[in-house]
Each structure stands twice: as structure tokens, then as C-alpha cells.
Design a protein. Structure first.
Length: 207
């Protein structure tokens, strides 16, 4: 079974979509066991509590240092038996130590069709501004594995949306977010089913 930790910094709309998919039976053999945010005021924490999921504020400021943050994060993940991490609007680079500990088991959704419009500094409205400035007639969303480079890991699922001639970054963001809410739960379902990513309850890959 996938024991998922969802990490986010904002409202948590993708987390909400994932929870509804799990509770509706659309993602079998998976559950969210922990919600983490680096922002103590993030709506995702309150949303997690409303779902009855343990929710924690873990940050460098709270931990006293970046090293302390990494230790606190790994400790929280281990305490809850997490074997898969899902990033949902998490606005902090994932530490290399965590990437190594959860290699090929960290998922992220990006609001564009990677590898275009990705990389350091490409997040939020900046992505949609870049798409429109480039003259692209198509954008979309991408679910990918997380590695040590920004928006670089293996692509698991993509879906396109049209970019209208009079598109604004705000209107494009709305269209792309709606697609994220569809493909993120679907990608998690496929991830859970894939034999190459089968994990046991200790979080280690099974042979």
C-alpha cells in the first residue's frame, strides 16, 4: 500500500482532489497518512486536519537550521511510515537527502508541458506568463518524478489545454489547474499500480 505524505505551501486544491479520488475508490491501495507544509498558515494544513490526516508545519525557521529541517522532515516521514511523497504546490526545493531517501518515490505536478517552461524560478504565474510570451498555442500540466534538478525527473503523465488568442496568465492558470486536478490523481493511481514502483510498508522497494 502507498502511504503518502502530501507536501504543500498553499491552499491545497490538488491535495483535495487527491483525497476525493482516494475516498471515492479511484486510487486503490493508497492513503494519505501525513500532510506537511513549510508555511504555518498554509490552508493545506487546515484542509488536512479537516480530512482527519495528521498535519505538521516543518520548516528551517522552526527547526533552527536547514540541517535541522532535513532531520525533522525525515523523522516525520519515518514516524508515519511514508513510502511516497506527493508535492502539491510545495514552494521549496526538496533537499537532496530526502530525494535520496525516497528515490523514484517523489511526485510533483508542474503547470506546463515539460520540458518546456520548467526549471529554476519557473513556478506559479511565471510559468503561464512564459507560455503566453512564447506564443505557444498549447499548454497543459505534467506529473513527473522529482530528482536533484528542477522539473527534470521522468514524466509520468501530461495533458494539454489550448491557449486562446486573448489568453491571460490568470485565465490560463485556471484552465491548467482544472487539468491538474484530473491528472494528478490519475498519475498516482498509475504509480501505485506500476510493478516497478511497488513498495512495502517500510518504504523500501520490493524485489
Amino acid at each position: 500500500m502507498l502511504k503518502i505524505a502530501v507536501m504543500g505551501s498553499g491552499k491545497g486544491s490538488n491535495f483535495k482532489a487527491i483525497m476525493h479520488a482516494i475516498r471515492n475508490g479511484e486510487i486503490p491501495n493508497a492513503g494519505v497518512v501525513l500532510v506537511i507544509s513549510n508555511n504555518s498558515n498554509a490552508g493545506i494544513l487546515e484542509l488536512g486536519r479537516s480530512f482527519g490526516v495528521p498535519s505538521a508545519h516543518v520548516s528551517a525557521a522552526k527547526s533552527g537550521s536547514e540541517d535541522g529541517f532535513v532531520r525533522s522532515l525525515l523523522s516525520a516521514l519515518e514516524e508515519h511510515g511514508v513510502n511516497c511523497i506527493v508535492l502539491a504546490g510545495y514552494m521549496k526545493r526538496m533537499p537532496n537527502e530526502v530525494i535520496a531517501a525516497y528515490k523514484d518515490r517523489i511526485l510533483n505536478v508542474h503547470p506546463a508541458l515539460l520540458p518546456q517552461h520548467g526549471g529554476k524560478g519557473m513556478y506559479g504565474m511565471r510559468v503561464h506568463e512564459s507560455v503566453i510570451a512564447s506564443g505557444d498555442r498549447v499548454s497543459g500540466a505534467t506529473v513527473h518524478l522529482v530528482d536533484e534538478e528542477y522539473d527534470h525527473g521522468k514524466i509520468l503523465l501530461q495533458r494539454e489545454v489550448p491557449v486562446a488568442a486573448d489568453e491571460t496568465p490568470e485565465s490560463l492558470a485556471t484552465k491548467v489547474l482544472a487539468v491538474e486536478h484530473v491528472i494528478y490523481p490519475e498519475a498516482i493511481r498509475l504509480f501505485a499500480e506500476a510493478s516497478a514502483f511497488t513498495v512495502n510498508d517500510t518504504g523500501k522497494k520490493e524485489d
